[in-house]
Design a binder for this molecule. Sequence first.
Ligand SMILES: *Cc1c(COP(=O)(O)O)cnc(C)c1O
Length: 345
Amino acid sequence: MKPLEELTRKNIWNLAPYSSARNEYAGREAHVFLDANENPYNAPYNRYPDPLQLELKDVLSKVKGVPAENIFLGNGSDEPIDLVYRCFCNPGKDNVVAIEPTYGMYKVCADINDIEYRPVMLDEQFQITADRLLAATDAHTKLIWICSPNNPTGNHLVREEIAKVIESFEGLVIVDEAYSDFSTQQTFRSEILKRPNLIVLNTMSKAWGCAAIRLGMAFASQKIISIFNKVKYPYNVNLLTQKQALEALKDPFEVDKWVKILLEERSRMMEAFKLLPICEKVYPTDANFFLAKMTDAPKIYNYLVDQGIIVRNRHRVQLCQNCLRITIGTKTENGELIAALRQYA
Ligand SMILES: *Cc1c(COP(=O)(O)O)cnc(C)c1O
């Protein structure tokens, strides 16, 4: 890996971050707060929230098995996705490499930040070799984006190839594990301490059932986390989100139960799809969704919309012609989808 200073934008490396009122007295006991121009009434919403979300990170640390100092929390995963560009990529000069097809936000944030985006096509099995990703890099490549289990294909990428990318690349590798709770694959977040160029993304939006509260996380070396903390908005995770996340984290067994039901339903749905005359192929998946190749995806999609049932049409995505992406819902919702598809003529 190149020295972090060399990978970081010069203006960011030299940045003096905003120092909030709550940062400055740092940790000492206090009970009169006349420092932040807050209204003393309307507790608890009158007070600015903890800018570093320490209580929440403490709990997450136990659940995720990652030290609190190695956790960054953001307004969804969207925030760390945007932050890596803003921290490490010089607009108009640097580039990033990513698997294709994958989650759309990596490219959107590249475009917003004026960073060249270099997609590298997966093969027919939706896999990739480390060598092909590395071949797309040059001296200005700062990041490589990997998503496993991948969206929209659903499958996990071969672990040895991901490891090889991390070991061989001189820049930073981001492994988005938004769907790892649904997969039996070993995660990469346990490896951040021994892999200084690795950033792993997680989210509360999928298995944890909290998409509405917007809480995403990045796991990385303390040095990388401190760069993120310098650049983020001072109060990027609001009090309601921090409270609600703490509430959800009290009951990890509830999440295990949801995941178990969703995986059972996923098997049932995939079997049912295989029997549909309008379904040509069901792809293997490690996530809470699967990809199905249909006879005519756009037409079937519109038919379902007319029935009030929304799935994701991936027909225009490379390698996904005529594919619909089906999220696993409740038993009732899944049953409704299958019943509608059986009626399709
Ligand atoms: C859904 C999803 C996310 C979650 O994003 P949030 O902003 O945390 O809701 C992240 N990465 C991938 C690949 C996803 O599919």
